[in-house]
Design a protein around this ligand. Structure first.
Ligand code: XMP
Length: 513
């Protein structure tokens, strides 16, 4: 195992991710981790980048005991500056920030770090730089702007690199990380998703013990389903899944979840119909943020109430809460200041933990979405479910613009169902990252038969994206759009017109609210 000490860079988790691509397991811990508290000995240590300046009074620093481990160490960006700071303090503000591509000029090609990595493009993102070589180090690579682009200790296996090998813009960065882990640290390449399942199941069993019980919310989405299935494999019926039907789910969703999670995957599931409660609270509300808050708070309320109704066989209280949090969900919260990543998850569940005094289990917290999908397939979750488009927590409430009523939800739902059905029929579902229909609170004039109509407008959205931070609209064939528009106007009462949203993100967002 490689230990990654995280100084808070937005790219830190990519390091562990890249290593997994070479079947190397890495564990990421906060940069303030005390080495004496580690229960295992790492084969090597990577110090990540970070947003701070090493010379600032409140800058985070690594436990000096890391150097007594006598294993190879590599500092990336802030990590390299940290190495320099500890060995002579020659770090300061650069005249210019350096952000973007640079060409790596390797001086010492015999350095094992650079096997197959010469003269490639690397990605820079830093404001501080080294003003000189730290004591005992030599330069092993330069770039146009960085005379100390990479450094190495004269006699020990300690390396510093100014660029970010973990981002894909560094063309051979992955190879460099592998060189460090495999050639230099001699880390084993035996991590696989199959092993991950075994290890995680064992970890869950140990954590939960022989009698304690676990509760968790499921939504029908990929993440909560995979987490629930993993839990089921680990502790069987001592895991209780609760699905809250908030009245703004997709068409037939509660019924479908009952079938594929409850009956199909054999998960111990209660489906709670709380549609009236949610819709009553949403009455008269048109502000998108208010809708989100109401749905979030009502969810907590209903979930807690239902949790009380579950009586564990052991007669004890339920002790744990399962969360299907993925790495991107915690991305912003990883900070050396926080007492670990759990902090953000409190926010994610908006207070569930505080009120319920539950301990948190997050088996997917290290994984990225595509890894969760792979995991889901290995756990035997049906392919269509594993590849489902994401669906927002506030559901159709943020796709019915203006006031959310049962009638409006029914219209939006029906139109959405037709749209998705046609997308599947056309074999486009997996080419699109997310697609849905929105119901606009405006009426427009139409004509059907000989009758004038005056009904609402449906806007269709379909996007392609890798990370949902930026997105582009999907270029459907005209005939496809024609067919969907015609079906929606003909089959959905209350709709007289269909439009297709051709805005990218930014400037628009994916959802309309
Ligand atoms: P936006 O609209 O922010 O959407 O461009 C990006 C992705 O996030 C989803 N989304 C949400 N998911 N609760 C959620 O669970 C929310 O309040 C929420 N708002 C947006 C959206 O569907 C898209 O996948």
């Amino acid at each position: 195992t490689i230990l990654v000490l995280d100084f808070g860079s937005q790219y830190s988790h990519l390091i562990t991710r890249r290593l997994r691509e070479f079947n190397i397991y890495a564990e990421m811990l906060p940069c303030t981790q005390k080495i004496k508290d580690l229960t295992w000995k790492p084969k090597g240590v990577i110090l990540s980048g970070g947003p701070y300046s090493v010379y600032a009074a409140d800058a985070p620093h690594v436990d000096p005991a890391v150097f007594d481990l006598n294993v190879p160490i590599m500092g990336i960006c802030y990590g390299m500056q940290e190495l320099a700071w500890l060995n002579g303090k020659k770090v300061g503000r650069g005249e210019k920030r350096e952000y973007g591509p640079a060409t790596l000029n390797v001086l010492d090609q015999s350095c094992p770090l650079f096997e197959n990595v010469d003269h490639s493009i690397v990605w820079m993102s830093h404001g501080d730089k080294l003003h000189g070589l730290p004591a005992g180090f030599k330069t092993i690579a330069t770039s146009d702007n960085s005379p100390f682009c990479a450094i190495a200790h004269e006699s020990k296996e300690i390396y510093g690199i100014q660029f970010h090998p973990e981002v894909t813009h560094s063309k051979k960065g992955k190879i460099l990380l592998r060189n460090f882990a495999v050639s230099i640290c001699k880390a084993a390449q035996n991590w696989t998703m199959e092993n991950f399942i075994d290890t995680e199941i064992n970890r869950i069993r140990q954590l939960v013990g022989p009698t304690a019980e676990v509760i968790g919310a499921v939504s029908g989405g990929v993440d909560s389903t995979v987490a629930a299935k993993l839990m089921k494999e680990a502790i069987g019926d001592r895991f209780h899944a609760i699905m809250v039907d908030n009245g703004v789910l997709r068409l037939n969703e509660a019924e479908n979840v009952k079938q594929f999670l409850g009956e199909g995957l054999g998960i111990n599931l209660s489906v709670i119909d709380a549609a009236d409660e949610f819709l009553t609270k949403l009455k008269g509300v048109t502000d998108p943020e208010k809708k989100r808050k109401i749905i979030g708070n009502t969810f907590i309320h209903v979930f807690e109430r239902e949790a009380e109704n579950i009586k564990p066989k052991s007669g004890e209280e339920i002790e744990f809460l399962l969360q299907g949090t993925l790495y991107p969900d915690v991305i912003e919260s990883i900070s050396f200041k926080g007492p670990s990543q759990t902090i953000k998850t409190h926010h994610n569940v908006g207070g569930l933990l505080e009120n319920m005094k539950l301990k948190l289990i997050e088996p997917l917290r290290e994984l990225f979405k595509d890894e969760v999908r792979h995991l889901g397939e290995l756990l035997g979750i049906p392919h269509d479910l594993v590849w489902r488009h994401p669906f927002p927590g506030p559901g159709i409430a943020i796709r019915v613009l203006g006031e959310v009523t049962r009638e409006q939800v029914a219209i939006a739902r029906k139109a959405d169902h037709i749209y998705i059905e046609e997308i599947r029929k056309a074999g486009l579902y997996n080419k699109i990252s997310q697609a849905f229909a929105c119901l606009l609170p405006v009426k427009s004039v139409g004509v059907m038969g000989d009758q004038r109509t005056y009904e609402q407008v449906i806007a269709l959205r379909a996007i392609e994206t890798t990370d949902f931070m930026t997105a582009d609209w999907f270029p459907f064939e005209h005939d496809f759009l024609k067919k969907v528009a015609s079906r929606i106007v003909n089959e959905v009462d209350g709709v007289a017109r269909v439009t297709y949203d051709i805005t990218s993100k930014p400037p628009a967002t994916v959802e309309w609210e």
